[in-house]
Design a binder for this molecule. Structure first.
Ligand code: SF4
Length: 253
């Protein structure tokens, strides 16, 4: 073979490899298949760019993600928030709670579910035999959706996130799920359930039914704020949580 032909083949191979590396994620798991058993291990991080891979723990990966979210302005909520509210709890939690977005108290404190509804959620978590520290709590959107965005100090200024805001921010939640690898996700309220399940059904119809999101079991239930308004809903939430506990204990649902 002539030298010029060798060089042509070499150049083609190089270009193909470069295109492959530029496309999506290239996953090189440290341990095969059983994610649960390798959960406490450090895991490889993936990059869409041609950068050397680094080995980070789930905690370190969440910290890196936090730095990105702290400076995010991908949607207009980033212009009015006081604090981006990323999440709280264990980076290797089996149980992940997902609400719709931070409210006044959460925006001021930088932590999800710290107001009255949050206190009720903490009671539910403790009744299940867990603590806020060994589950993970987050929201679909990480910044406070406000009725009047120029006045973050105003009370009763909360509103649900729009579908566009949720769609824009959801990739951060996906990243959190990928890092934490929970056994089950519990969505709280209609907005988060509809967003993750692409459903238009009312929360009363979709709650208590086990679905999946990205291969992970998902249980939708009522938002704690709804229980504060209507305590008769507590029974339904507790029924849902009993099913979740049974799943965590036995692997069956
Ligand atoms: S809500 Fe999400 S997408 Fe919008 S600015 Fe905040 S972190 Fe970024």
């Amino acid at each position: 073979m002539k030298q010029s032909e060798y060089l042509k083949i070499l150049s083609l191979s190089k270009r193909t490899l470069e295109e492959y590396l530029n496309w999506g994620e290239i996953e090189i798991p440290k341990m095969p298949i059983d994610k649960r058993s390798s959960k406490e291990e450090s895991v490889k991080t993936f990059s869409k760019k041609k950068q050397p891979e680094s080995v980070l723990s789930p905690k370190e990966m969440l910290e890196t993600l936090k730095r990105t979210i702290d400076s995010c302005k991908e949607c207009s909520l980033g212009n009015s928030r006081l604090n981006a509210v990323i999440g709280v709890g264990s980076p290797t939690a089996d149980l992940m709670f997902v609400g719709e977005g931070p409210g006044f108290d959460e925006d001021h404190k930088g932590e999800p579910f710290v107001g009255k509804a949050g206190q009720l959620l903490t009671k539910i978590i403790e009744a299940m035999g867990y603590t806020r520290e060994n589950v993970y709590i987050t929201n679909i959107v990480k910044c406070h959706p406000m009725i009047d965005p120029i006045n973050p100090e105003k009370r009763s200024n909360d509103r649900p996130p729009t579908p566009l805001e949720m769609e824009t921010c959801k990739h951060y939640l996906d990243e959190q799920i990928k890092i934490i690898k929970p056994k089950i996700i519990i969505t709280l309220g209609a907005s988060s359930a509809k967003c993750l399940l692409y459903s238009e059904e009312s929360i009363s119809k979709i709650r208590g039914v086990v679905k999946e999101y990205k291969g992970i079991k998902l249980m939708a239930t009522y938002h704690p704020a709804a229980l504060l308004r209507n305590p008769s809903l507590k029974k339904f939430v507790w029924d849902d949580m009993k099913r979740v506990m049974h799943y965590l204990d036995t692997g069956e649902i």
